[in-house]
Write a protein that binds this ligand. Structure first.
Ligand SMILES: Cc1ncc(COP(=O)(O)O)c(C=O)c1O
Length: 355
């Protein structure tokens, strides 16, 4: 068995949920658990976050898995359903669906459902991804309200720039102008909006990344928001090389030593989900000591500098990301965001949940 493994901390997930609660005084919390709970394991995360008020995911199969795992709280499909079969299943499992385009309206109008379905009606407030434009939103709302297939309607939007300098003022104004005349619950806030814009918390917030302890705002560390990493990705040094000045390591010889160096070969590569684009110098910890990666990441291995570390060698523990090395710093070095790295941890990496 290769020594790589990921550990998921229930305590950290619960701590991060408590941080969300501190920010939102009255809003209910819909924990976003799509993409296998951002790579942390759908069912384990849902159980750890049992104090959330609901869960949002993508596929009807994931929603059913949640129901079969005993989750009785509201579940929302963030892209709605694809086809009548899925809509019928959603209705019978009491799964709420986003409605964001006209095909879905037709589907709802014509479907034979066991019971009316709860809907999140989505407005395209400027991101131009999913949703009805503000100009038609009220008409669509009225149409859905009169359908015998529809139970409750929540009004929803999603912001493109909640984590950016420009913020959400414009799209929030667009949303509010149209929805102020409609008496229905509202849901607008992802993690960045929760942390930065209390005026947009409304009735249901939809935190994702902050529950997993990574930062939703690339210019700020998760610790600045009191978030704790829920995932530790660990491995071991499986070989040690001493190289002389002028010698290189790894494919392409992209790192060449300027002095004699001790190199640790770590059992973790891009087939485990570690980013191949991580350059020499990306932070990594060996036996709890911070050091840096060297050379090009291989499929199953990467290289790190052991030269100035004490008491390290074959079998030393390695943290790829977690408490000592935040996933955000690895992401930043690799030109991406923590979201992508967490979601990309490969199925071949054993994952265990701890308290
Ligand atoms: C519609 C919607 N709401 C909420 C979220 C959660 O966002 P975050 O992980 O930034 O909190 C997402 C994630 O992409 C989303 O697509």
């Amino acid at each position: 068995m290769r020594p790589i493994f990921a550990t998921i901390s229930s305590q950290a997930l619960q701590h991060n949920l408590a941080v969300v609660k501190q920010h939102v005084t009255t809003a209910k919390i819909m924990a976003v658990v799509k993409a296998n709970a951002y790579g942390h394991g759908l069912i384990d995360v849902a159980h750890a976050l049992h104090e959330a008020d609901g869960f949002a995911t993508l596929n009807i199969s994931e929603a059913i898995d949640l129901r079969e795992a005993g989750i009785e709280k509201p579940i929302l499909l963030l892209e709605g359903t694809f086809g009548e079969d899925a809509l019928r299943i959603a209705a019978s499992f009491e799964i709420s669906v986003v409605v964001h385009q006209s095909e879905q309206l037709k589907l709802i109008a014509n479907a034979k459902l066991a019971r009316p379905v709860n809907i999140y009606l989505k407005m395209n407030s400027g991101m131009n991804r999913l949703g009805f434009r503000p100009s038609v939103f009220k008409v669509v709302f009225d149409q859905l309200s009169s359908s015998h297939n529809v139970a409750n309607i929540t009004l929803m939007t999603h912001f493109a720039t909640a984590d950016e300098e420009v913020g959400i003022a414009e799209p929030l104004k667009r949303f509010e102008e149209v929805t102020k005349a409609i008496s229905a619950p509202k849901s607008l806030a992802n993690s960045a909006t929760i942390l930065r814009y209390p005026e947009a918390h409304a009735d249901w917030v939809r935190p994702g990344i902050m529950l997993y302890g990574a930062s939703p705002v690339s210019s700020m560390l998760a610790t600045a928001f009191d978030l704790q990493p829920a995932m530790q990705l660990n491995s071991e040094v499986i070989a040690v090389q001493t190289i002389e000045k002028g010698e290189s390591v790894g494919y392409g010889n992209t790192f060449t030593a300027s002095k004699q160096m001790k190199i640790g070969i770590v059992a973790c590569g891009y087939a485990d989900g570690y980013p191949r684009h991580a350059p020499s110098g990306t932070p990594i910890a060996v036996s709890g000591q911070l050091t840096k990666t060297l050379g090009r990441v291989s499929m199953d291995m990467l290289y790190c500098d052991l030269t100035d570390l004490s008491d390290v060698g074959l079998g030393s523990s390695v943290e790829l990301w977690g408490n000592t090395v935040s996933v955000d710093t690895v992401a930043e070095a690799s030109g991406t965001v923590g979201y992508e790295l967490l979601c990309a941890v490969a199925p071949r990496v054993p994952m265990k949940v701890v308290e």
